[in-house]
Design a binder for this molecule. Structure first.
Ligand code: SF4
Ligand code: SF4
Length: 236
C-alpha cells in the first residue's frame, strides 16, 4: 500500500500554488511572459567593467584565464600608450574572450581578478545557434560609455536586469569580515559610482579583544587594513 503515499504526494501538488512562470523568452509581447527575479549574487553573463572615469579595469594580467577550470577565457595583454592609456598602469586587456560553450559560471575568474574588472551580471537568458556567437569578445563584454552592459540580439534583457552588474560579494571579500563593517571595499564603477559596503555575514558579530584577531592568532592591531587592490579607485 506504500504506493498510495506516492499518489497522495502527486495529488497534493494539484492544490499547491504554482511556482513556475510563463516564460516565453521575450519572443512575444504577452504580459504573461515573465522572468523571475534573480538572487542578488547570481552568476550570469559576464561583463568587463570600467572605472568611473571610463578607464578599463582590466590590466591584461591573465589571472582569470589561469584560474578558469573550464579553460574558456583567452586574454592577451598589451602595453598602454602613456599618452592615451586604456587602463591604469602599464598594461591593458588587448584581447579578451569567453567561450560560453564551456563556461560553468563558477565565478573563479571573478574571485581571481585583482581589479574587479570581470564580474557576472544577473543575465542567464541567452542562447545562440552558432559557435561564433557563443564566444563573447571584449567588445561584447565591455560595458558601454554609460557603464551599462551591451545587449546582444540573442540576450533577453528586461528593465532592471542591467543594474548591479557587479552586485555580488566574492568569497574572499574583506566586506565579509566583520572588522570591515562600514569600510568601503569596492572601486568606483562607471554608471554606478562607489557601492556602499555590504553587510557582514553575521548580524551580531563577536567583539574582538585588543589582542585577538579574526583568525584567532595574536594581533596587536585590529584596525582593518583593506587590501589596496580592493579599496577605492586605484588609478590616477
Ligand atoms: S565563471 Fe568559471 S568557467 Fe566561467 S569563465 Fe569564469 S572561471 Fe571560467
Ligand atoms: S579580467 Fe581581471 S584577472 Fe582577467 S586579465 Fe583582466 S585584470 Fe586580469
Amino acid at each position: 500500500m506504500g504506493y498510495l503515499h506516492g499518489f497522495a504526494v502527486t495529488l497534493r501538488q494539484l492544490f499547491l500554488p504554482r511556482v513556475t512562470t510563463d516564460y516565453r523568452g521575450g519572443f512575444d509581447d504577452s504580459p504573461a511572459d515573465e522572468k523571475r527575479p534573480k538572487p542578488e549574487r547570481m552568476h550570469g553573463r559576464h561583463v568587463l567593467n570600467r572605472y568611473e572615469d571610463g578607464m578599463e579595469k582590466c590590466i591584461g594580467c591573465e589571472l582569470c584565464a589561469g584560474v578558469c577550470p573550464a579553460d574558456c577565457i583567452y586574454v592577451r595583454g598589451a602595453d598602454n600608450d602613456p599618452d592615451d592609456p586604456v587602463a591604469p598602469g602599464e598594461r591593458y586587456g588587448y584581447v579578451y574572450e569567453i567561450n560560453y560553450l564551456r563556461c560553468i559560471h563558477c565565478d573563479l575568474c571573478v574571485e581571481a581578478c585583482p581589479t574587479q574588472a570581470i564580474t557576472e551580471s544577473k543575465l542567464f537568458e541567452f542562447s545562440f545557434t552558432d559557435r561564433a556567437d557563443a564566444v563573447y569578445t571584449k567588445d561584447e563584454l565591455l560595458v558601454g560609455d554609460d557603464g551599462s552592459p551591451r545587449q546582444l540580439p540573442w540576450e533577453d534583457w528586461r528593465p532592471g536586469d542591467d543594474a548591479m552588474t557587479s552586485g555580488w560579494m566574492r568569497a574572499t571579500s574583506p566586506s565579509g569580515d566583520h572588522r570591515y563593517l562600514g569600510v568601503e571595499a569596492w572601486s568606483g564603477e562607471l554608471g554606478y559610482g562607489v557601492r556602499p559596503p555590504e553587510s557582514p555575514d553575521t548580524a551580531d558579530p563577536p567583539a574582538l579583544g585588543p589582542s585577538e584577531s579574526v583568525d584567532g592568532q595574536p594581533d596587536s592591531d585590529n584596525t582593518p587594513e583593506p587590501d589596496p587592490g580592493e579599496s577605492g579607485a586605484q588609478h590616477g
